[in-house]
Design a protein around this ligand. Structure first.
Ligand code: CAA
Length: 246
């Protein structure tokens, strides 16, 4: 039977590489994008020469629980099953905590953390019924070590790790593994938005002295999605060039 993976934020920096990695591994990828970004999503689909058998574009506002419940129920009816869910959509609103507004706090927690409920809850029961399924949450090195200017983001990314462990405990008996990946600083627009002098000082702290390539993060996702990873659950896999060892 055809294996299907749903990737949120699929056309973003890391999301795009994850999508490609899962397509290469033989999955049909349901690639979600924020509903207002339809034309950009179509461009991305075309640029990557995807076929409809490889990638299905799917609008999804991961911050809206009711929207997700309805849209994902329809998706399940149409696609039959989702074997792999990659919770990847995420944003930053970096600023020192003293200056952080309620909106900057709320936006990051809603998009990066509440989305785990919104997207996973409508799919989890069917994944348990089906068995042999995977949930992979894209956390961050900064959820593990904390980061100056990211109280909101570090809180959300650490929360993803707690969620991962709790859900791993619940999914295990059904053969549903739940793991997190904690990428370090990766060559994506999100990291390129950091002021150059700040990014230089961050790079200097990375033992490997370079950013991760998005494909290096995607390779870990493809591994955790594979049959070979069936006995790994509740784990957080760091892909950070040695920036934080735990
Ligand atoms: N530790 C201690 N002090 C620090 C510091 C650090 N890591 N970084 C900055 N400071 C100090 C500065 O030296 C400065 O001190 P002085 O006032 O004495 O000069 C003070 O804090 C203010 O720093 P900035 O000049 O940088 O302040 P700003 O208001 O212009 O910018 C900021 C604040 C936006 C948070 C900026 O520091 C920044 O962009 N930091 C990097 C945040 C970061 O790593 N974001 C990751 C984005 S990518 C991502 O999130 C993906 C992922 O998962 C890894």
């Amino acid at each position: 039977m055809e294996k299907k993976a749903l990737v949120t934020g699929a056309k973003g920096g890391i999301g795009s590489a994850i999508t490609q990695g899962l397509v290469d591994a033989g999955f049909k990828v349901i690639a979600t994008y924020f509903p207002s970004g339809e034309s950009k999503a179509k461009e991305w689909f075309k640029e990557n020469n995807y076929s409809d058998e490889q990638v299905r574009l799917f609008p999804l506002d991961v911050t809206d629980a009711a929207y997700c419940e309805e849209a994902l129920a329809t998706l399940l009816q149409e696609e039959g099953n989702i074997d792999v869910l990659v919770n990847n959509a995420g944003i930053t609103r970096d600023t020192t905590f003293k200056r952080m507004t309620k909106e900057q706090w709320h936006d990051v927690i809603t998009t990066n953390l509440n989305s785990l409920y919104n997207v996973t809850h409508p799919l989890f029961s069917s994944m348990c019924e089906k068995g042999n399924a995977r949930i992979i949450n894209i956390s961050s090195v900064n959820g593990l070590k904390g980061q100056f200017g990211q109280a909101n983001y570090s809180a959300a990314k650490a929360g993803m790790i707690g969620f991962t462990k709790a859900l791993a405990a619940e999914g295990a008996r059904f053969g549903v593994t739940v793991n997190a990946i904690a990428p370090g600083y990766t060559g994506t627009p999100m990291v390129e938005a950091i002021k150059p002098e700040v990014l230089d000082s961050i790079k200097a702290e990375i033992p490997m002295k370079r950013l991760a390539a998005p494909s290096e993060v995607a390779a870990s996702v493809a591994f955790l999605a594979s049959d070979a990873a069936a006995y790994i659950t509740g784990e957080t896999l760091s892909v950070n060039g040695g920036l934080y060892m735990h």
